[in-house]
Design a protein around this ligand. Structure first.
Ligand code: ZN
Ligand code: FE
Length: 283
């Protein structure tokens, strides 16, 4: 299907083709800026000096203010899942901009979506010269999708720096599978999460994996950034594979620590993930 600002290819491409898409960085003209919203949300804005695309606009006001200040025309919206803090700004933005494409998950449960996408679809954002593949990553919610391309991943509330989203709708098995899908992306992939939860997540990660030297160094880096009120995002996949306990359910120290918490002998990764998520929920 074709539109002024975007094209969605509806064929389901292979993982290999997705990798090809994600290996190239952003066009040099494109910048990605976090627009802060509410207390800890980031609305990621991809812009090239004239056109802009935003991911998960939970609130319209800061997006309109940013576009006005930077003299940008909003040309599309990407949505990862149905939660209000990711979708609450759609109506006001669509009212402000005629024929604004809103690309998001399948199902008619999100008001304002103009184009539904599924696993393997390619979203071509012609206005900013970018192209993303859609990954289905159920767990936090069942409708959750992520956008991967240009060596970057917009993952909504699925993966956080040093943490992962709560399981509001999906099972631990589904979330573990979704995180495994993300782990298979190229190591240097930049990860654009939607919340600044890093400092609290690192505290928990250190409780799980206190001997992890990567994590200790990361904790210092996070603390110094937060002290200056600097975002800790985007992060990258290599760093997360080294520090994030939710991506390390195979690691001996994590298995030992979570087994101790649960008072159980945990042998498979999903069992470890299940107890780890439970531990974090009660931390
Ligand atoms: Zn959410
Ligand atoms: Fe959220």
């Amino acid at each position: 299907m074709q539109h002024n600002n975007f094209i969605v290819s509806e064929y389901r491409n292979t993982i290999c083709e997705q990798m090809m898409t994600s290996m190239q960085g952003f066009p040099t003209s494109v910048k990605v800026t976090p627009i802060p919203a509410f207390t800890d949300n980031y609305i990621w804005c991809l812009h090239n000096g004239t056109q802009a695309v935003v991911v998960d606009p939970g609130d319209a006001a800061p997006v309109l203010a940013f576009c006005k200040e930077q003299k940008l025309i909003l040309s599309a919206i990407l949505i990862t899942h149905h939660h209000r803090d990711h979708t609450g700004g759609i109506a006001a933005l669509a009212a402000a901009i005629t024929d604004l494409p809103v690309i998001g998950p399948r199902g008619s449960h999100i008001n304002g979506i103009t184009k539904s996408v599924a696993q393997g679809d390619i979203v071509k954002l012609t206005a900013i010269g970018c192209e993303f593949s859609v990954l289905e990553v159920p767990g936090h919610t069942l409708d959750h999708i992520a956008f991967v391309g240009h060596n970057a991943l917009f993952c909504g509330d699925t993966l956080f720096a040093a943490g992962c989203g709560r399981l509001f709708e999906g099972t631990p098995g589904q979330m573990h599978r979704s995180l495994s899908k993300i782990k298979r992306l190229p190591p240097g992939t930049a990860i654009y999460c939607t919340h600044e939860y890093t400092e609290a997540n690192v505290k928990f990660a250190l409780a799980v994996d206190p001997e992890n030297e990567h994590l200790q160094a990361y904790s210092d880096w996070v603390a110094s950034n937060r002290a200056k009120d600097t975002p800790t995002l985007p992060t990258d996949l290599t760093t997360q594979c080294n520090v994030n306990p939710f991506l390390r359910c195979h690691d001996n120290n994590v298995v030992k620590s979570v087994s101790q918490y649960a008072g159980l002998e945990l042998s498979d990764e999903i069992a470890v993930f299940t107890q780890l998520r439970k531990w974090k929920d009660n931390f």
